[in-house]
Design a protein around this ligand. Structure first.
Ligand code: FES
Length: 124
């Protein structure tokens, strides 16, 4: 796991562009959260790193061609685009905004669903 640089903006740099290989994820401590950042088809996605089942790191899971990550412990599966649990889409892990600023990958800790998306979460 990496520790990101803190900045004064809402977005926090977690890694340099290129640090996360295409089709893989990595976990970062961002403030008081653990966030898993994935690179899928050239686009970055960030979700809560802690699997809601028993807390395994989703950033260490296998990311398939559809953008679904499989938890490394007991194989629960989550879409990295919207955080939804593949076996029960009414439930989801938190998702976070990601942007590229310069050569940095930045994550905004405010949950993406707080900007208007309606969903149920396991962490609420
Ligand atoms: S800890 Fe993730 S499926 Fe069990």
């Amino acid at each position: 796991m990496s520790t990101p640089d803190q900045t004064n903006s809402d977005f926090i740099t977690v890694a340099k562009v290129g640090a996360i290989p295409e089709g893989e994820g990595q976990s970062f401590q961002v403030g008081d959260r653990l966030v898993a950042v994935f690179l899928k088809d050239g686009q970055y996605f960030a979700i809560d790193d802690l699997c809601p089942h028993m807390g395994a790191s989703l950033g260490a899971g296998y990311l398939d061609d559809e953008g679904v990550v499989t938890c490394p412990w007991h194989a629960w599966r989550f879409c990295v685009r919207n955080g939804k649990w593949a076996d029960n889409p009414r439930l989801a892990v938190d998702t976070f905004e990601v942007r590229i600023e310069g050569d940095g990958i930045q994550v905004r800790l405010t949950r993406a669903d707080e900007s208007g998306r309606d969903k149920d979460t396991l962490s609420d």
